[in-house]
Design a protein around this ligand. Structure first.
Ligand code: ADP
Length: 145
């Protein structure tokens, strides 16, 4: 059984995130979306709302589940016997960060990180952008699932 963790803040979960999941379903048997809690990052959407939103999006997809977790992603992965971490890369600015995380997670727990590149039409979509639009009263429905 190939299980991957897709960790992130998902504040909020966007069509870019959903695209990564959709494409990764052909690589893995199960994908567990982990909403990581990061006390340093100020969130806009409450955790339980993020959880409900993602649960609803995958209510018809038994191979995708979602949980909130605290602590290290490697520990969360161990709890679920996951062998892989799934991440997305949009642009060169994402690369360095993702590489450091992948190296750390490999060293800490032998976990392999699988990176998918974003579809070009979604490359500009980030949770940060969606939060900005939301805070300025714009309609964010085109960007979320
Ligand atoms: P984090 O705070 O851990 O970066 P995010 O929720 O912002 O969490 O992102 C989770 C993962 O999804 C990251 O690997 C990020 O690069 C990826 N991602 C975010 N937006 C997109 C997008 N539009 N297309 C592809 N991958 C994306």
């Amino acid at each position: 059984m190939r299980t991957a963790i897709f960790p992130g803040s998902f504040d909020p979960f966007t069509i870019g995130h959903a695209d990564i999941i959709q494409r990764a379903l052909s690589l893995f048997d199960n994908i567990i979306i982990g909403i990581g809690t990061n006390s340093l990052k100020q969130s806009i959407f409450p955790e339980d709302k993020r959880l409900q939103h993602i649960q609803k999006a995958y209510s018809n997809e038994p191979r995708v589940s979602v949980e909130i977790y605290t602590g290290l992603t490697v520990d969360f992965a161990k709890q679920h016997n996951a062998q892989f971490i799934l991440r997305g890369i949009r642009c060169v600015a994402d690369f360095e960060y993702e590489r450091n995380m992948a190296e750390a997670n490999k060293q800490l727990a032998g976990l392999e990180t699988v990176i998918l590149y974003t579809r070009p039409e979604y490359a500009h979509i980030s949770s940060t952008l969606v939060r900005d639009l939301y805070q300025h009263g714009q309609d964010i429905t085109p960007y979320i699932v």
